[in-house]
Design a binder for this molecule. Structure first.
Ligand code: F6P
Length: 506
């Protein structure tokens, strides 16, 4: 079996694997535990000067990490990744800042990571690069002579060509991405946007069956929606619902219905709009006051980025304003918790909540929506209210789908969810559960790796790889599989994981 080399900005520390993992790490851990391999990226630490690669091993996974300097952390992570690319790729240009120096440091970090990784690579490795922090890496590896198959997966949305044009560096990064063999996205819409931009500014030409032709070589595009271990999460939620934290929450509600939001404190999550929708509910349905409590868990995130600090202040202001306007001496309509909770605790809260409010302004997938569905009691399920701008809405059409910008629509959906009949709640839940229960994070990872193997099976000239690499490619494709069409899902039928997944916040 080919060794898998995963490259991501954040690498979970082996000792604490999963403890505070983000969505990306959670999605990958199942695959890495089962398949083994190398996991390479930023250590999460800063050091004064660029340091050496540090190695650690846990189970079948070798962790290889490097520190960033304070300047790199500021300009590559806080600035270019999270203040330029994050808002750009989420189509929120009003939050975007751009500075050419930040773009240069972003590129330098991508080059430095490629430089550090290259000597560790073997000819028969499969390289899988993740997310918007590392868009320069496919080309940075190729220019160092790396010929092994390279896959790249974008966990967040990919915007339209016009949107992308607002960042001068974006065209160059797009061309860097095209040095990969397989580019994976969360939804068909992301693939379409990417293909259009690649043709407009990357000199790519569309070919049949999901391939692009670029400068004499071929690149495959595919849709790989990230999944959760739904059955495991359901079991955790069932246990947690009876445990002390949920019991305490239940007691504190005194029979009121719980509306729950669980997010990182992030401008893309639509927290202010969500609070506005709840305010509209309280204004227009006075009969619901005292009968409902909204608990918003908004875990602090990227706190060095100004937009995130501003958001926290604004959300706290709005929450305070709702509470002072509508509270009674013995009832508080909104509880805001700016800390992450333990995974099982959140799962228990989800099962307790009559309404799961997942209303991002834009989201690649949003695994909280899937977790809320998985956490429900099939006999007495709650109702998911889901933004039409979350990738998950394509799979969870039985949720109440809303436009988070429309406070009245949010209030209507909240009202409908809070008063929905049991039969309707059950029918909607069953449909949502059917959409997620057969999938898993492990199967997702395996399907991408399977597709990368099949992509590598394309004729060598099509991949633009020179003859000297034939041996490596033959090893990289022991099954001799062929590529599937764009949009087609690759399902690895050997998947049988029931491993428990740690908590995540997408
Ligand atoms: O893909 C989005 C992502 O990078 C996830 O990996 C992670 O869950 C989340 O954002 C948190 O981001 P950060 O690494 O900046 O804390």
């Amino acid at each position: 079996m080919n060794r898998l080399v995963v490259v991501s900005n954040r690498v979970p520390a082996p000792a604490a694997a999963g403890a505070q993992a983000g969505g990306l790490a959670v999605a990958l851990e199942a695959l890495m535990e089962r398949r083994g391999g190398v996991w390479f990226g930023w250590s999460g630490n800063l050091s004064e000067a660029p340091g050496p690669v540090r190695l650690a091993e846990s189970g079948r996974v070798k962790y290889a990490t490097i520190d960033l300097t304070a300047e790199e952390h500021e300009r590559y992570y806080n600035e270019f990744s999270n203040s330029t690319l994050w808002p750009l790729l989420h189509s929120m240009p009003e939050l975007m800042t751009f500075d050419r120096r930040n773009a240069q440091i972003y590129r330098q970090v991508n080059e430095r990571l490629a430089e550090a990784l290259q000597p560790m690579l073997r000819a028969d490795d499969l390289i899988w690069i993740h997310d918007y922090h590392l868009m320069g890496m496919p080309q940075a590896l190729r220019s160092r002579g790396v010929r092994a198959p390279i896959g790249f997966f974008l966990h967040i949305p990919f915007p339209s060509a016009d949107m992308l044009a607002s960042v001068p560096e974006a065209g160059a990064l797009l061309r860097d991405l095209l040095a990969a063999d397989l580019l994976g996205f969360q939804t068909e819409n992301d693939v379409e946007n990417f293909a259009e931009v690649a043709c407009r500014i990357g000199d790519a030409v569309r070919m049949p069956n999901g391939w692009l032709s670029v400068g004499g070589r071929r690149v495959r595009l595919g849709v790989f929606p990230v999944e959760i271990e739904a059955h495991d999460f359901a079991a955790i939620a069932e246990d947690a619902w009876r445990a002390a934290p949920t019991e305490r929450l239940r007691r504190s509600l005194g029979g009121q219905r719980l509306v729950l939001g669980v997010d990182r404190m992030d401008p893309t999550k639509g927290l202010l709009q969500r609070v506005a929708g709840y305010r509209r509910l309280l204004e227009t349905r006075p009969e619901l006051r005292r009968r409902v409590t909204f608990l918003q868990i908004a875990a602090e995130s990227r706190k060095d980025v100004i937009a995130y600090r501003d958001l926290r202040n604004a959300v706290e202001r709005e929450a305070g304003s709702i509470n002072s306007e509508f509270s009674e001496p013995d009832w508080m309509p909104l509880r805001l918790v700016a800390r992450a909770g333990a995974r099982s605790t959140i799962a228990g809260y989800m099962r307790e909540a009559r309404v799961g409010l997942v209303t991002p302004l834009r989201d690649g997938m949003n695994l909280v929506a899937k977790e809320y569905v998985a956490a429900q009691d099939p006999q007495d399920p709650g109702v998911l209210i889901l933004s039409r701008f979350a990738g998950a809405a394509r799979q969870l059409g039985a949720a109440l789908i809303v436009n988070p910008h429309d406070a009245d629509e949010m209030a209507d959906a909240l009202d409908a969810a809070l008063t929905m009949s049991l039969a309707d709640r059950q029918a909607r839940w069953r449909e949502s559960w059917t959409a997620i229960q057969g999938a898993s994070a492990l199967a997702w990872g395996r399907s991408f790796v399977g597709a990368l193997l099949r992509t590598a099976a394309a004729p060598l000239h099509a991949r633009g790889v020179s003859g000297g690499d034939k041996g490596a490619l033959a090893m990289a494709n022991p099954l001799g599989l062929i590529a599937r069409p764009l949009g087609g899902r690759d399902v690895d039928l050997t998947d049988g994981s029931t491993a428990l997944r740690p908590p995540h916040m997408s």
